[in-house]
Design a protein around this ligand. Structure first.
Ligand SMILES: Cc1cc2nc3c(=O)[nH]c(=O)nc-3n(C[C@H](O)[C@H](O)[C@H](O)COP(=O)(O)OP(=O)(O)OC[C@H]3O[C@@H](n4cnc5c(N)ncnc54)[C@H](O)[C@@H]3O)c2cc1C
Length: 451
């Protein structure tokens, strides 16, 4: 097999834009035409560490190998959620962490606790920018409780690690990094090659991940909320409301004139997470939902009664003994309100994501493709997938691919309705297949009965 280069990974639709290669001399990160991050500069060099450090390189160690080396004594090894010491559901009880966070505020609490106890000097996470040039979020290193709080909440916006990797290499200290699973894998792979990063990046805080979206999702919000994308200054993907279920997402835009527009996701043409609008191509080839290589990983408790609690509730998987003890200490002191749960509980909260990354991935791996073939822990195969489920995976893949083109077309022609009407039609089709809803649902149900 030819050694993968950054150009080959990008050309094969496998680059997530994490920035681990973009931090190297001769390379940087930039926006691609779809509103995703991608490396630029020297992209054709083979024979370097890249093949071992790119998280989507088939020659890199996989999540099982990384986690086995990092957490050899973990008492539980589960094929869905990886190795772990303990697992929990609940929220932060002290301070404003819960109200300020997207779920139960646990990520910010752990980051803050690591800073407070002197375990780290800084935490690299995602913070809002001033919104100039359509860039609303970026990675930055926070060194105080105030800055950690400013960076709270989930940002479904493309970001990359290149600048913070450079800053960590240049500035002695101990750091934690917060990231989605592939970013955490990238840092683990980099640490194995780079002694400075290995010494300085001491803690990895993972976020569960359904998929990464492109920056065009914000354009789409603007189009549907009657604004121009150029007018947007700030974005809130999930405004919290204690009086409504946590999974009733509300998107909010702040415009240049100070006005605010908002809409619930389910009233948006592309507001169904499962349909895959604006998903990065690499996410089709990922098999890690729950940051299996992070010291601790956090998600939303998407099961009842927690999903209906608008104040937000976390699930957390603790993989390192050090963080297991920190969490246990927080619970003992009444600062955290957490209950112990098992692997089944956590997997149930991520049932859709796991289906897409196991059954769905196995199916996608049977499709002919060009370029580099991803090496996954899931074997290619259709199993006993019925035609309807196969169509769901096909529809999701097509929506994720074509939403980028349709948004580009709408932007270029100035005709936002082209995208919005197409999205509404595709959503109808997807929801008909997946939830038996609307005209498409009746059509597919009829077809199913005739078979
Ligand atoms: C792209 C994406 C997809 C996700 N998909 C799922 C999913 O399918 N299922 C699920 O249960 N949970 C998912 N999550 C995680 C979930 O949205 C919450 O982030 C998580 O439950 C932690 O909530 P919290 O209240 O503890 O965090 P908070 O206290 O609100 O802190 C969140 C922390 O994450 C950092 N952060 C925000 N966005 C990013 C980003 N893009 N990259 C790196 N760091 C970031 C913030 O800077 C902050 O430090 C996803 C998150 C992201 C960013």
């Amino acid at each position: 097999m030819a050694e993968p280069t950054p150009a080959a990974i990008v050309g094969s639709g496998l680059c997530i834009g994490c920035g681990s290669c973009g931090a190297d001399a001769g390379r940087d990160m930039a926006w691609d035409r779809n509103g995703l991050r991608a490396p630029v500069g020297a992209l054709d060099m083979a024979g370097e560490a890249f093949a071992r450090t790119c998280p989507f390189s088939p020659q890199a160690r996989d999540e099982d190998a990384i986690a086995a080396a990092r957490f050899p004594t973990a008492p539980v090894v589960d094929p869905r959620i990886g190795r772990f010491e303990s697992a929990h559901v609940g929220h932060v009880a002290e301070g404003d962490f819960r109200s300020g966070g997207s779920s139960g505020g646990l990520v910010s609490w752990v980051a803050n606790e690591l800073l407070r106890t002197g375990a780290i000097d800084g935490v690299a996470h995602v913070v809002p920018t001033d919104g100039a040039d359509g860039v609303f979020f970026r990675y930055a290193i926070s060194r105080s409780a105030e800055d950690v709080a400013r960076g709270a909440r989930s940002r479904y916006f493309p970001v990359d690690l290149a600048a913070v990797i450079r800053e960590i290499r240049a500035t002695p200290g101990r750091y934690a990094i917060v990231g989605v699973p592939c970013f955490i894998k990238a840092i683990n792979l980099l640490r194995a090659e780079d002694a400075v990063l290995a010494e300085r990046v001491t803690h990895l805080l993972g976020l569960f991940c359904g998929h990464m979206k492109s920056a065009a999702f914000v354009d789409s919000f603007a189009w549907q909320l009657g604004a121009l994308p150029e007018q947007v200054r700030a974005v809130e993907y999930r405004r919290k409301d204690a009086g409504r279920p946590a999974n009733w997402y509300t998107a909010q835009l702040e415009l240049a004139d100070g006005s605010v527009r908002d809409r619930d996701w389910w009233h948006l043409a592309d507001g169904d997470w499962g349909a895959g609008f604006f998903q990065a191509s690499a996410c089709n080839w990922c098999d890690d939902v729950v940051a299996e290589t992070a010291d601790i990983a956090f998600g939303d408790a998407w099961v009842e009664p927690y999903a209906s609690d608008g104040r937000g509730t976390n699930v957390a998987i603790v993989r390192s003994p050090e963080l297991r003890d920190m969490i246990a200490d927080g619970v003992r002191g009444g600062r955290l309100s957490l209950e112990a749960v098992d692997a089944d509980f956590i997997a149930d909260t991520q049932a859709a994501g796991l289906r897409q990354r196991r059954e769905g991935l196995a199916y996608r791996l049977t499709w002919p493709r060009s370029g580099i073939t991803p090496r996954k822990r899931v074997a290619p195969g259709r199993g006993d997938l019925g035609w309807r489920r196969r169509l769901i995976y096909r529809a999701r893949y097509a929506i994720s691919r074509d939403s980028h083109c349709m948004a580009r077309l709408a932007r270029r022609t100035g005709q936002s309705w082209l995208y919005v009407r197409w999205a509404a039609m595709m959503l109808g089709l997807y929801q008909g297949l997946a939830y038996h809803r609307g005209w498409a649902g009746r059509l597919f149900d009829w077809l199913e009965r005739r078979r």
